[in-house]
Design a binder for this molecule. Sequence first.
Ligand code: NAD
Length: 354
Amino acid sequence: MGVFTEDTGHEQVVFCQDKATGLRAIIGIYSTALGPALGGTRFYPYATEDEATHDLLELSRGMAYKNSLAGLDLGGGKAVIWGDPDQIKTEALLRAYGRFVHSLGGRYITACDVGTFVADMDIIARETTWVTGRSEQHGGAGDSSVLTAYGVFQGMRAATEHAWGTPSLKGRRVGVAGIGKVGRHLVKHLVDDGASVVATDISEKAMEWTRTHHPEVEWVDDTTKLITSELDIYAPCALGGALNDETVPVLNAKVVAGAANNQLAHPGIGKVLADRGIMYVPDYLVNAGGVIQVADEIDGFNFERAKLRVSKIYDTTRELLAKADGEGILPALAADRMAERRMAEVGRLRSIRV
Ligand code: NAD
């Protein structure tokens, strides 16, 4: 995949290498139209450099759209470290990476992603100030899944209002696939609001946690059983690609709103959902709570301020669903257009000399 030959639209892509520690990282800045490019660092054992680059380019572009739609004064970027974190992650490697992040002078701000954790951000922060997702002891926002789940819940409330006339989840049957960090917080919001929750996960531990903390939640063995049972809302909270050619034809829900990134296995699947009368609320809109949480660190973290901002996901989702209906377009396209418009309109203001 070539940045120039395929015209991916990225502003900057930086390859970073430190042979002594084994660091091989790529930092991708898709857009700084709205501010510094914020996005996490994925530490993953990609099979090839091409695969790592492809993932980087997709992820960094996605962050620009997510941050724009979330109303943040931040552009979009992402980084990947190529390698198995269990084998090569060391203090020295993370600090070497921190120095490369610092060398970009704040054009890119990093955070956690798959394979990187709060403790890693604390280490990276010893070499650069351009890092979020640090621990609370180090002035950070801590675990971002708290507000990610809260944002998903807010998006779900707006979709419920759009579909059934009231934002209350009371009496709605909601299927949650993936009872991990986000899924656990989400289940609590749903139960507290009076929803009837059915859940699944491949992990025994997740099942035990659910049985202990939420005995009222119905448990099913696998995702196929979950999505073929009668649901009002389906919340994919595990891995990407949950909505695909196998699952969508048998999905028995009116609304999809969940935390997982990249839920649509391919762009055409949005139309298949719409043809089946299923309202899909774009993942990057409803799961922005985590990035809003860590973005708040930049000005000194304040949980209540971040939560207030995440609660706006309710308003944005309402606006987006109304716009999609009004223009006769899919919510995913409406989301892309809203994000692009803000990048163009607000981004242009920086050309006014002050
Ligand atoms: P997690 O790893 O804590 O939880 C994921 C859960 O999904 C695990 O319990 C795992 O066992 C389960 N799972 C994996 N494969 C499954 C399958 N085939 N069927 C059922 N369950 C399965 O991750 P998380 O932090 O809770 O994130 C969940 C999703 O939300 C991910 O896609 C993540 O990218 C996305 N997301 C997370 C955040 C955040 O702040 N944590 C922010 C934005 C988006």
